[in-house]
Design a protein around this ligand. Sequence first.
Ligand code: IMP
Length: 427
Amino acid sequence: MPALVLLGAQWGDEGKGKATDLLGGSVDYVVRYQGGNNAGHTVVVGDQKYALHLLPSGILSPECVPVIGNGVVVDPAVLLSELGGLTERGVDTSKLLISGNAHLITPYHTTVDKVTERFLGKRKIGTTGRGIGPAYADKINRVGIRVQDLFDESILRQKVEAALDQKNQILAKLYNRRAILADQVVEELLGYADELRDYVCDTTLLLNEALDQDKVVLFEGGQGTLLDVDHGTYPFVTSSNPTAGGACTGSGVGPTRINRVIGILKAYTTRVGAGPFPTELFDEDGEKLRTIGGERGVTTGRDRRCGWFDAVIARYATRVNGLTDFFLTKLDVLTGWERIPVCVAYEIDGRRVEELPYSQTDFHHAKPVYEMLPGWTEDISRAKSFEDLPKNAQAYVKALEEMSGAPISAIGVGPGRDETIQINSFL
Ligand code: IMP
């Protein structure tokens, strides 16, 4: 019966991989419901570190069925290379299920992503360059290619030709690029069909049947709430819905079946790419957070922008996702600061604002109003219970919980699998 959604409460990179992995042993299915290989999960198992981009992190738990839902955009070359890499390291990937309705990222999507960003110049979004936006645009425009099209050559050819008729005009006339040949694309895509065939099925049916049989299904969001195309800092967002509603549309499981929505919340804030970020630090504190927190993108290798915790954003994430719990990650990174600023509200044009402003202009002008919380110096990485934490670390967690509007049910105190304090069970 339990269906849980686990998603990023900030701008992504909150440490979701660790949280998903923590639940791995008790979960029967782990489902990705949106995004593509723009995501990056780092999962540490023993002394092994795995960087996953497209595959659900459940792939590392032998008893779990990993699922790529219909809401995901799949780059087949990346998928096969990720699967190959895991097989080489002895991970069994045979249980993977892929929705036949998921859309494909083709070579022309990646090309369009890169040329569009270049064309935007100073106004660029700072995308991951993986073709995500153009693939979703084609889906919405009804000229997308779906995974199931790989198994019907004539349909595949018709669809690729239709998509390229339009795209080649734009590539040639607007961006001065050479046309992409439909035959070449079809050839490449058909080359993936046989290797993918056995993974592809009606995941919607299987997931609903699994829930009927009381299996535990975990929906794993990529990116984060503030990167949601509807609820994020548009246009500086990704092109899908990482927020909780996306778990339903991206998997074909109805909202009445979801019991719990867990927001992963980093003890400070980071962001990759362009866009507003009120608590961003440009000083040595920012550099210190980046270094200690290892804040470099798993997918792009870009340095992440770093800043203090923003409670306005956390409250917003609680609201738009209907969060039932938080998993607070990377608390250990804050060890050593004498006082830790926490943003409790914004000042916008002289007014104090407690909730995330709906106006983009206001959000761009928002200045953080900070409250100073006392820090701690003790190593917390071996803490096993909340009481093991130094008093000031306990107070920091409690303050965040109060400001954010949902209970903090787990706390990450180090990168390892066992470096987590579980306060309430998620199941
Ligand atoms: P896209 O998803 O590649 O189109 O990029 C759109 C925006 O989302 C850019 O600012 C990216 O840096 C950001 N983004 C995409 N995926 C992630 C992620 O997994 N973590 C953090 N930022 C991301």
